[in-house]
Design a protein around this ligand. Sequence first.
Ligand code: MCA
Length: 505
Amino acid sequence: MFLDTLANHCRNQPDKTALQFIGGQPVTYGELAAAVNRTADYLLSLGIQPGDRVAVQLPKCLPFIYFHLAAVRIGAIFLPLNPAYPTAELRYFLADSGARLLIADAKDQSKLDPLTDNLPDHQKTTYIFQPQDSGGNWIEDRSAQRDYPLPSDPDQTAMMLYTSGTTSRPKGAEITHGNLTANIASLHEAWGWRRDDVLLHALPVFHVHGLVVALHGALHAGATALLCPAFDARTALDLLCTGRFSVFMGVPTMHRRLYQLAAGQRYDLSGMRLMTSGSDRLPDDLFYGYQETFNVTLLERYGMTETGMNLSNPLQGERRVGAVGLPLPGVAARVVDPDTEQPLADGDIGEVQIKGAHVFKRYWRQPEKTAAAFSADGWLRTGDMGLREPDGYYTLKGRAKDLIITGGLNVYPPEVELVLMEHPSVAACAVIGCPDDEWGEQVVAAIIPQAAEPADAPDEGEICAFCRQQLAAYKVPRRVIFVDKLPANALGKVQKAKLRAQLCG
Ligand code: MCA
């Protein structure tokens, strides 16, 4: 399993650098093992048991990685939380997961203490002072020597990641040790990970993309990851130009910013072994622009939180513009008629469905939603529409579900609509995604105001401020448009395609 492979690297190459934050000290594989052991010792001293949920809301930093690896290696369930979540969202995740422990940034203590006081399952919050420091107040005096048995049941849940739904509050997708291992082994093979790879890691670590695909990928290979605390295009481009790196992974918004920064100048990054793009569709102009500007053909791939990676353009062979590639090793894919779930002929558009050892176990305490996610014969319904070319390449063609992707992050319109409807001046609303060059899509709200008098109508700033109290900033509408009516079908359901045609312009 992934943890065994990592443990072997820690034993066999203790002096090799595993991780290094920009401007920070290198952490060797041996030091990583010791820090993770000490952190595991700390978690055990708090009474954390296998199966307990350990929530971590920290910026991208070494303590985040130590707590992640320590929690999974003692058999607890690691729950990463976006630091951008406001208290209202955080309360939901902690209460729903029944997290026993929260690891948080000490700067948030005054905000978090009153929240966690009222959570029945919550036992303790550990505050980390200066997360960017490599040391840690929680590991002083802890043993680095104890040898903990690694979880051996592939069906045991290792992590839980919340994904939103079209009709309900976010659900915790349970990812098992077996899922992690299957996914990382498959990517290792497909992308030819090497021990001498050096990854420039600029993604957030609270998603599958940054945590599993990028970070686990490098650690599983026994390679080195240099981490940026946040993505900054200038820093990333300067680093990529040093020639020190062989692998970089990003979302289209990051690639767009790098491309725009180059502003027509040529930079030869062809020494990079692998530059990938994912989490949202890679626009054609960016694919070609990258080739011209950086002498690099981006490798586009397709995944989701519930599965990790499913499809990928090949490392060797054609990286096809607009396509998400071929099924990864160990992954089965098909395209079906969304109504009958009968497989379709090549070239016909239908729902993409996935099967394999990488597919998640279930939604936390949601048997009905879990059952609804799978077909009768066990295929995962991705909700993404697409087609298969006769030579096996898949191309995505929109979504069956109501979803916006902005900057590589998923926003479910119903979640934003529910918040908007709580505002006293909103009579009705609909949230859509409008195309945007930088972000892929932008969140836009169409609102029918309550007020009969124009003077009483709400203003855009007030609506956005209201949303900001309850939603992470990336979910807050970038534009609010007041309308007299919303296009609806005979059943009164808002026709979002029509609304997009009217408002996106
Ligand atoms: C930040 N903002 C955003 C986003 N990110 N708004 C919409 N969409 C976003 N994705 C807000 C900020 O809160 C801020 O709001 C304003 O935009 C400007 O922030 P800025 O500093 O420009 O943004 P940034 O911090 O540079 O972030 C942009 C980013 C980031 C680097 C593209 O969003 C990012 O790291 N995206 C990657 C997401 C990712 O890893 N996705 C994988 C999940 P204000 O000014 O109002 O405060 S999907 C996944 O894992 C599956 C498995 C897969 O296939 O990969």
